[in-house]
Design a protein around this ligand. Structure first.
Ligand code: NAD
Length: 477
């Protein structure tokens, strides 16, 4: 019998193995050894989980108990998450190699997702429309039904709760499929949900792969009312097609190749600090990362010198060491993908100012210069600690460069010129613009991308719009 921890599906309030008894393993990217066994679901588990969620929605108390009672239970879940922050954080850290300190930060944020959305739903109001005809109309926001949430591996618990929290707060029931590389924290979350007395069938977790597996079975199930997905743009396109076959509304949060623009009048130390965070935090495995860094020529040399020095000073090593800032890449497959970009820097016409491959599945903080604008390194999402730095001469030029991408998730912009900040922010074709900062979020604000970065927005009322069925009631008085 294996001594390793086991993470099962959680269906209808019970943690279970797969019907077939099949399992898969999770590998710790730091040790490169298997650390956990996980139930491997397929079409059967997808069916069982949707059936449980459907029954809990159609017959159970959850959609009917009112916002205040749901808030109490979701707050209780948030409390339990904080009490189990070490367990949740180290599960994500072992699954994907992210430094434990950052994982613990993600747990706090994940708990906040529940607190925020429970409060937001309770305080939300509908609208009234007094009509010239004398009729009276108003809006209601009713739970949509069964929500399928499909999540990526780069912020496992945090991104899962970004979907699960608003869906539950608005009275839906949920089936969550975490990424196969990061299954553990989702099962722990479901165990805690049961401990918080969230009724059976309201929050279900199934594990397994995407295509021809539990993932595709969930997205093809006509009993599902909403699909919310975060992951690669190619996967989003497939899920979008599956959703449309059943006319199931879908929200897609996908990849990015985000521009980070530093004007010469910026506070350069501030710009360097945030730019380092933007591309090297989580070893660059962030959809929002500023992987195309444009620096105005007058500041280019100074910026590059400071940036390279900071990149080289980052402390990498064992993710469980509290001092570690920078861990390995999340899996061998992902390491091989990023390595492919590192290996082709020179053949694509560029140069590495610092960085390159490290031991095991590490890629050091890597800075590329002189890359041609058409190179794969400039155009494709690498999703690793690899930044391309390019000089520019004018505002007009850099706006055109920034917008020259199939993606449009976010941009960062560093300048002390207030007018320019507003002007450029308006012209960038993206979902979020950060000025003189990065990654600061107000959960009421719209979050999402344009082009290949996404369809739809989540956050605050935008999440309400997606996770409810807005209804108009028109009355003759
Ligand atoms: P991925 O698309 O490979 O997988 C994401 C999830 O989709 C996994 O759970 C996977 O099992 C599932 N899946 C894959 N194929 C499927 C199918 N045919 N049917 C149903 N489910 C399927 O993405 P990833 O590698 O886990 O995550 C990295 C990507 O996510 C990057 O592109 C990154 O930019 C993006 N991302 C975007 C955001 C955002 O908010 N826009 C946030 C984080 C990550």
């Amino acid at each position: 019998m294996s001594e390793r921890p086991f993470f099962g599906h959680v269906i209808d309030g019970k943690e279970v193995d797969s019907d077939s008894g099949e399992r898969f393993t999770s590998v710790n990217p730091w040790t490169r050894e298997v650390w956990a066994d996980v139930a491997l679901g397929g079409a059967t588990e997808a069916d069982l989980a949707v059936t449980a969620a459907r029954r809990a929605f159609d017959e159970g108390p959850w959609p009917r108990m009112g916002y205040a009672r749901r808030q109490e239970l979701l707050e209780r879940l948030a409390d339990l998450m904080e009490e189990h922050a070490d367990e949740l954080g180290s599960a994500d850290s072992r699954d994907m190699g992210k430094p434990l300190a950052q994982c613990r930060h993600d747990v706090a944020r994940a708990a906040w997702n529940f607190r925020f959305f429970a409060e937001h739903a309770k305080l939300s109001t509908g609208e009234t429309y007094p009509m010239d005809s004398g009729h009276h109309a108003y809006s209601r926001f009713e739970p949509a039904g069964v929500v399928v949430a499909i999540a990526p591996w780069n912020f496992p618990l945090m991104l899962e709760t970004w979907k699960v929290a608003p869906a539950l707060a608005w009275g839906n029931t949920v089936v969550l499929k975490p990424a196969e590389d990061t299954p553990a924290s989702a099962t722990i979350l479901a165990r805690l949900a049961a401990e918080a007395d969230i009724p059976e069938g309201v929050f279900n977790v199934v594990h397994g792969y995407g295509p021809n597996s539990v993932g595709s079975a969930l997205t093809e199930d006509p009993r599902v009312d909403r699909i919310t997905f975060t992951g690669e743009s190619g996967t989003g396109r497939i899920i979008g097609r599956a959703a449309m076959a059943n006319l199931t509304p879908v929200s897609l949060e996908m990849g990015g190749k985000n521009a980070n623009i530093v004007f010469a009048d910026a506070d350069l130390d501030n710009a360097v600090d945030w730019s380092i965070q933007s591309i090297f935090r989580n070893a660059g495995q962030i959809c929002l990362s500023g992987s195309r860094l444009y620096v105005e020529r007058a500041a280019y040399d100074t910026f590059l010198e400071k940036f390279v020095a900071k990149a080289e000073a980052m402390k990498f090593g064992d993710p469980l060491d509290p001092e570690t800032e920078f861990g390995p890449l999340a899996s061998q497959e992902h390491f091989e993908k990023v390595k492919g970009y590192i290996d082709t820097v020179e053949s694509e016409g560029g140069r590495m100012a610092t960085g390159g491959l490290g031991d095991g599945w590490f890629v050091k903080p890597t800075v590329l210069v002189d890359m041609p604008p058409t190179s794969r390194h400039v155009c494709e999402e690498i999703f690793g600690p690899v930044v391309v730095i390019t000089a520019f001469d004018s505002e007009e030029e850099v706006v055109a460069l920034a917008n020259d991408s199939e993606y449009g998730l976010d941009a960062q912009l560093f300048t002390e010129n207030l007018s320019r900040a507003h002007r450029v922010a308006e012209r960038l074709r993206v979902g979020t613009v950060w000025v003189n900062c990065f990654f600061i979020r107000d959960l009421r604000a719209p979050f999402g991308g344009v082009g290949s970065s996404g369809i739809g927005r989540e956050g605050g009322s935008f999440s309400r719009e997606f996770f409810t069925e807005p209804k108009a009631v028109v009355m003759q008085i």
